[in-house]
Design a protein around this ligand. Sequence first.
Ligand code: SF4
Ligand code: SF4
Length: 398
Amino acid sequence: MQFRTDKKSGGKLSILGMGCMRFPRNLGVTDTKEAERLILGAIERGVNYFDTAYIYPGSEEVLGAVLAKAGARGKVSIATKLPLVLCRSGADFDKFFDKELERLQTDYVDYYLMHMLTDMALWDKFRSWGIEDWLAEKKRRGQIRQAGFSFHGQRDEFLRLLDAYPWELCQIQYNYSDENYQAGVTGLKKAAQMGLPVVVMEPLLGGKLAGGLPPDAAALFKQANQALSPAGWALRWLWNQSEVTVVLSGMNALGQLEENAALAESSVPGMLTDAEHAVYREVLEVFNKSYKIHCTGCNYCMPCPKNVNIPGCFAAYNTSYSIGFVAGMQQYMTSSVPTSDNTGRAVQCVECGKCEKHCPQHIAIRRELKAVRRRLEPWWLRLGIGAARAFLGRKMLP
Ligand code: SF4
Ligand code: SF4
């Protein structure tokens, strides 16, 4: 495992961090045995940075329980986050933080991040609620070691936020398709220049740069290097940059962990050749033609009060361009199952707008769902299903 220095704390962080948002699940419940295997397997391979959050279902509890059982708390850094979206006043800071310590079975957090800070206006609101004094007090007591923020917003807001508080870490969305999106490369370089460790999330763009890569793009990678998977290409692009400190990977199978850890053994800044950079450019050209909606499948917009399966609809829509219309349609039929009244179809959206407030990618969900409906529920399909429903004597489509 390669390590990079956190210049603020002086600590060494593994370049591969474990993103704990999506532990393996079994019948909708976190598979704690498999999660334990992954967490301990990661530690064995040198991973020492674990990223979780209050709002990741079951994540803090599982991570805390595994580390406590293995007596491994002292071997790793835990990053967790204050759920800004759930805070109604300064009184909530302690409420959430105390709960997080309890779930994590610890009395301190190594990196405490403001979760999903988007702009200065939001930070000013939290300032007016006393967040700076609160952080200072927690740090004085040793309950928070380093304070940081995770970011989903426009680049200019990121640059302003960097100057708005003596941050000790930032977490940004970054990958070869998002080089100029959100904080982007400009934000990355500015943060690094200021001595902040930069933790990268969405290195695979919710899987779109791995298994979800359009076949033509995946073939370009394969042609250039038979042995390296698309996920490996994506990780190496990040580790090639000295400004990147830790890359979070939401590994939920041992095979993924092994592959990523093996790459992290030898990945160093400046390792990519000009020929490899050219391959990324070619892949990106194909990729950009295929992906219409920038949804990462994070699920922050869910649940929808009308049961629209928002990420499922978008994934199927993207597939209908990246793989083909029939594949997209099949995916839509299985993920949102437009055959009964309450199953997650785009057509069920009543445009309340609740989901859009939570989307870190700032997707115009209502507008895009209309596009999904136009493409994947065309009139002839609706007519056909309506006829089948009438024949079967039950209402299947409006
Ligand atoms: S706008 Fe549509 S998809 Fe979003 S929460 Fe409301 S009903 Fe659901
Ligand atoms: S629409 Fe936005 S919030 Fe919902 S899954 Fe996609 S990226 Fe996440």
